[in-house]
Design a protein around this ligand. Structure first.
Ligand code: 16G
Length: 242
């Protein structure tokens, strides 16, 4: 409730009231919030105050605006720890989310110099190129371009790529995926990526490149992924260096 005689600013009280409504599931993720006018009338406060509260909540990631449509409740971001080499399927399941995959294309290409160097194969070696949209509870989270040595993923098909590649490689061939090197950069969604991720072109995304290697030190995959920045955040633990 909003108390006009409270020392707390009214916009702040409204922010708290909206956050509470989200916590109590009165407002669900993806749902449109009441309009500025509705809040103005409900609490008998000025439109400027409502605007300020909503802007603050947008900046803090609780709400998001869609041009021409309105303001909506944001989905909680997935927190991905930056330690432990895990697969998308494992990550989602460990959070109680159902992973699924849309295979956009599955082809054989010849490794260019960059990929060949990363996969430690000769340039021109045939490798698999796999483009997949990874979803959690039916919502697109990431668009992945995966390059994998053919000899380490023999028999890989589109049908298998719908499930877990890590589990295929590990259970079918008894390979041990051991090490990963990952680089994360901020960017904005290009047209194709935006389409795949069902976000606006130009929306913020995180570009991730991962090279993972087997216990034998042989590189297994080079994966370039585009993650939705509105749904993902990365966390890490740090020790103070002496
Ligand atoms: C993650 C990995 C990707 C790996 C995939 C395997 C990142 C940035 N990328 O998406 O490198 O190929 O998991 O997932 O985390 P899967 O076993 O479910 O196919």
């Amino acid at each position: 409730m909003i108390q006009k005689n409270s020392p707390l600013p009214i916009y702040y009280q409204l922010e708290e009231a909206i956050k509470e409504a989200i916590q109590n599931h009165e407002l669900e993720p993806g749902e449109m919030t009441p309009s500025e006018r509705e809040y103005t009338e409900k609490y008998e406060i000025s439109r400027m105050t409502v605007r300020q509260a909503i802007s603050n909540l947008v900046n803090e990631g609780y709400l998001y605006r869609q041009r021409g449509k309105g303001t909506f409740v944001a989905h909680k971001k997935i927190e991905q720890p930056l330690q432990g080499l895990t697969s998308f399927s494992e990550d989602m399941r460990s959070r109680g989310l159902e992973p699924s995959t849309r295979v956009i294309s599955f082809t054989e290409v010849n490794a260019d110099h960059d990929l060949a160097a990363k996969l430690e194969v000769e340039a021109g070696t045939p490798i698999f190129e796999l483009k997949r949209v990874r979803l959690a509870d039916q919502q697109p989270m990431a668009y992945e371009m995966l390059y994998i040595s053919k000899d380490l993923a023999l028999g890989l098909t589109k049908e298998i790529a719908v499930t877990s590649i890590y589990s295929y490689v590990e259970t079918t061939f008894g390979l041990k995926i051991q090490h990963g090197r990952q680089v994360i950069e901020a960017s904005i969604a290009q047209k194709k990526e935006a389409e795949m991720l069902e976000i606006a072109e130009g929306a913020p995304v995180l570009l991730i490149e991962r090279i993972s290697t087997l216990d034998t030190k042989k590189p297994l995959e080079v994966v370039r992924s585009v993650y939705r920045a509105d749904r993902y955040k990365f966390t890490m633990n740090m020790e103070r260096l002496s």
